[in-house]
Design a protein around this ligand. Structure first.
Ligand code: OAD
Ligand code: ZN
Length: 244
């Protein structure tokens, strides 16, 4: 029996699946990952562009990077991997998606219980009064940077910058699902950003079977992964689904 069939059988038998996703699942949606190759952090130093202090000190500079990222997100659509996860939910096996991604593509693909650990770039939030405004091509083109229509302060994507905490509700929801799941799919994450990277270890220590999908090895691969599919998410996930 091949590993695709083994994992499909495991999913059927155990029932409660949670997916933990990172930038790799959106690569086939046209959004480059952060690290390696065309990654955003190869071009922009995250401490200079993605730290909350950098944003407060110089929103104009940071919005040069944010404008580029906004355009990529606005132009993207779900990959075969996002759609496979929404199918897995429809079939009743997948109970939650915990994502580090801020592109909103899991929602767009049709998943309902999505925990956006690092926020959602499709919304902008005012640094002073917290008013939220949807991301649009018009608002991101405002120079030198988008401002709140109510109080004129700088708008920032509603995502977690370095130096900021994870929203409490997302931490609680993610821990709850990590504890409940019987099978965890780790998909397209380098596993180097904490506290997010702790989540799969929580599931493993609660007895979950860990299934990892990534073209590269990660810190999870040799430590906790029970199955490792060395490939892209859009290639591997539909193959598992076919066997269900
Ligand atoms: P990374 O860019 O660190 O890692 C992307 C991972 O996806 C790598 O392990 C790649 O090997 C893998 N990958 C590439 N193409 C793939 C494909 N087609 N299918 C499956 N996997 C593929 O991205 P994250 O791990 O998500 O934080 O990064 C974690 C956090 O660091 C992000 O949420 C972001 C960033 O700074 C914030 O925005 C707060
Ligand atoms: Zn405001």
């Amino acid at each position: 029996m091949d590993d695709y069939q083994k994992v499909a059988d495991l999913v059927k038998e155990k029932g409660y699946v949670v997916a933990f996703t990172g930038a790799g699942i959106s690569v086939d949606s046209g959004i480059p990952a952060f690290r390696g190759g065309q990654g955003l952090w190869e071009k922009y130093d995250p401490m200079e562009y993605a730290h909350i202090r950098a944003f407060s000190n110089n929103p104009e500079k940071v919005w040069v990077m944010l404008r580029e990222m906004s355009q990529v997100i606005l132009d993207s659509s779900p990959s075969p991997a996002h759609l496979a996860l929404s199918e897995l939910q429809r079939k009743g096996y997948l109970k939650a998606v915990i994502t580090q991604n801020v592109d909103g593509l899991h929602h767009i693909a049709g998943n309902s219980n999505v925990i956006e650990y690092h926020g959602n770039h499709r919304w902008l939030i005012c640094m002073s009064c917290s008013k939220r405004t949807p991301l649009s091509p018009e608002i991101v083109s405002v120079q030198p940077y988008p401002r709140c229509e109510k109080c004129n302060s700088a708008l920032k994507p509603d995502v977690v910058f370095f130096g900021e905490g994870i929203p409490m509700l997302e931490v609680i929801r993610a821990n709850d699902e990590a504890n409940k799941c019987k099978v965890m799919f780790i998909i397209g994450t380098s596993g180097v950003v904490y506290p997010a990277a702790e989540i799969p270890y929580t599931s493993k220590s609660n007895g979950a079977t860990i299934v990892e999908i990534n073209p590269e090895n990660t810190p999870f691969t040799s430590s906790i992964s029970d199955y490792f599919f060395k490939g892209t998410a859009s290639d591997v996930l539909p193959k598992i689904l076919e066997k269900l």
